[in-house]
Design a protein around this ligand. Sequence first.
Ligand SMILES: NC(=O)c1ccc[n+]([C@@H]2O[C@H](COP(=O)([O-])OP(=O)(O)OC[C@H]3O[C@@H](n4cnc5c(N)ncnc54)[C@H](OP(=O)(O)O)[C@@H]3O)[C@@H](O)[C@H]2O)c1
Length: 263
Amino acid sequence: MIENIFSMEGKVCVITGGSTGLGSYMAQGFLEAGASRVYITARSEEKLLTKAKELSGIAKGECIPITGDLSSIEGVDALAGSLREKEKCIDVLVNNAGIGTGGPFSELKPETWDITMDLNVKSPVFLTQKLRDLLGVNATATDPSRVIFIASVAASYSIEGVLAYSTSKNAVEHVVPTLALALCEENILVNAVSPGRFFSEMTRGAWQDSEAERYQAELKRIPAHRYGDMEDIAGVAIMLCSRAGSYFTGEVLNLDGGHRLRH
Ligand SMILES: NC(=O)c1ccc[n+]([C@@H]2O[C@H](COP(=O)([O-])OP(=O)(O)OC[C@H]3O[C@@H](n4cnc5c(N)ncnc54)[C@H](OP(=O)(O)O)[C@@H]3O)[C@@H](O)[C@H]2O)c1
């Protein structure tokens, strides 16, 4: 029993924003843990197709790309519609696609505020609502379905430069326990992971020059003295979505090497 406690054998999973970064790391982890099908989504078709092809070759399961923009409700509807045509049941939804915005408060534009809130908060909430019935089909008290939201260590920042982003991620952390209660009767567990600094496209500017003074200072400041890697996020996502994590709901897991303790 313990031997298979992290298995995702047979699971059908959806990860928004899976062409690069954290989404692609979780997709790889789910497939290596035995998932049957992992749908990944993104706007840029070329990158998405390349990633899906690469990930389909690493294990028995298939990685299936669905192109689309989730920054509007029309995009959310389109994704839910495509998934409904392909699947009768979904076991795991990871609301990962997000945008990182920043800059001085004096330059913050209403459009930037809106796109940050739309992609980071509104779309994940409504995608969860639209996939609720598919998530409930096979879910039982002992083998529940899972929804993971990707928040951020920035949820706890009071830094002017990331006002919109940190507010959106704080909202995500608030949404999670509320949705956990809303969906508990359908045996759907809802949790959040709040990552610290990870290697991804979003953070490329901060780490691509590994000798840069700013990057080195950041590593010094993070208690774990490193950025997060594929295994760090995949490990926690697999735990949350396998038997191992089936008694967690409404929880926010800080996955930041201690970053929030000294940011
Ligand atoms: N990296 C970190 O250090 C870190 C820390 C804390 C939280 N996070 C969170 O982790 C999540 C993933 O970010 P990441 O760092 O892995 O960034 P990333 O490498 O830039 O990946 C973002 C993914 O989302 C997709 N995406 C972006 N905008 C989209 C849209 N409008 N519609 C559909 N898909 C869209 C991207 O593909 P396209 O651009 O082709 O659409 C890509 O697949 C985000 O929610 C982010 O806030 C990241």
